[in-house]
Design a protein around this ligand. Sequence first.
Ligand code: TYM
Length: 344
Amino acid sequence: MTEETPAQYAGPKRVLSGVQSSGALHLGNYLGALVKFTRLQHEMDTFIFVADLHSITAWQEPALLAAQTREIAAAYIAAGLDPKVATIFPQSAVPEHAELAWIFNCVARLGWLDRMTQFKEKSGQHKERSSVGLYTYPVLQAADILLYKATHVPVGEDQKQHLELTRDIAGKFNHDFDAPGFFPLPESLIQGPGARVMSLRDGLAKMSKSDPSDASRINLMDDADTIANKIKRAKTDPLPVPETVEGLEGRPEADNLVGIYAALTGATKAEVIAEFGGKGFGTLKPALAAVAVDKLGPVGGEMRRLMSDPTEIDSVLKAGAEKARAAAAPVLAETRKRVGFWGA
Ligand code: TYM
């Protein structure tokens, strides 16, 4: 693998990230991704897309896919992304993603992809029945990022390995095509208590839209009663909230609830422990439910409003796609030239 220092890339800082349009968004997506997007849009040029090419690596009902894409865009806006500040677009509306992904398919090595843990998790027992797209999915992700020469990628912890692969692909391309510093080696922005939100039913499993139990996750569109009920029923152990952060070790459910409270309030786990340490979960849970309803209620409400009439979202996505294509085209043209394609 090629090592290159990020310092060799001299271009401007740029943020890029995305969420798949494959089902309802949950608290993990909100804390691991959406909250960071809204903060970063005021710090750097920000591109946030709906990863609908990624979502079809598993079967998506054609009649529902466009609505799912709009739903993610609605969540972005409802969570606070401002379309006048950030560029919001559907991945499939920018065909340059797929073209760069093909070039990167020829840069990435099979051995690199063989190590991807998310493919192993998602393909499960049925590897040979998985789509080829599911296997090369992280290569498309590298193309998403490098097509905009993004330098910063806010994601949850589960995407860390994909970001490392992106850096490897960027480094190998720059090396193979004698283009030092052409692509940046992007940094993942993962840190914070919301980087890995766990299931409410099992503190060792990630909160996920594919978990068959709806009680395992808080969906962004859940109403206040549902949110409060899910938190009330969340699994805990019989001990009180520990009095030190170290006391959370070996107590995954307690750690998760303290982490969620911290992430929702912008506090550290230590600050949450200072407030609730020594008290029972009968005290922490209602406080957490109140905070969750307070933060998520308006997001769900705004999503419902936006989705009741697609005109506004569609115009955001259309304008965003035009801006994205304008940013992507020169990078792809230069890449084609480096590769040596006829006419490039
Ligand atoms: P996706 O759609 O699975 O998830 C979207 C974002 O939510 C984060 N996330 C979580 N964070 C904390 N706790 C959880 N339980 C949790 N579950 C999900 C994910 O880490 C992610 O940030 N491959 C990506 C989409 C993608 C992408 C990209 C991201 C495609 N191209 C380029 C960044 C840059 C995915 O499937 O995310």
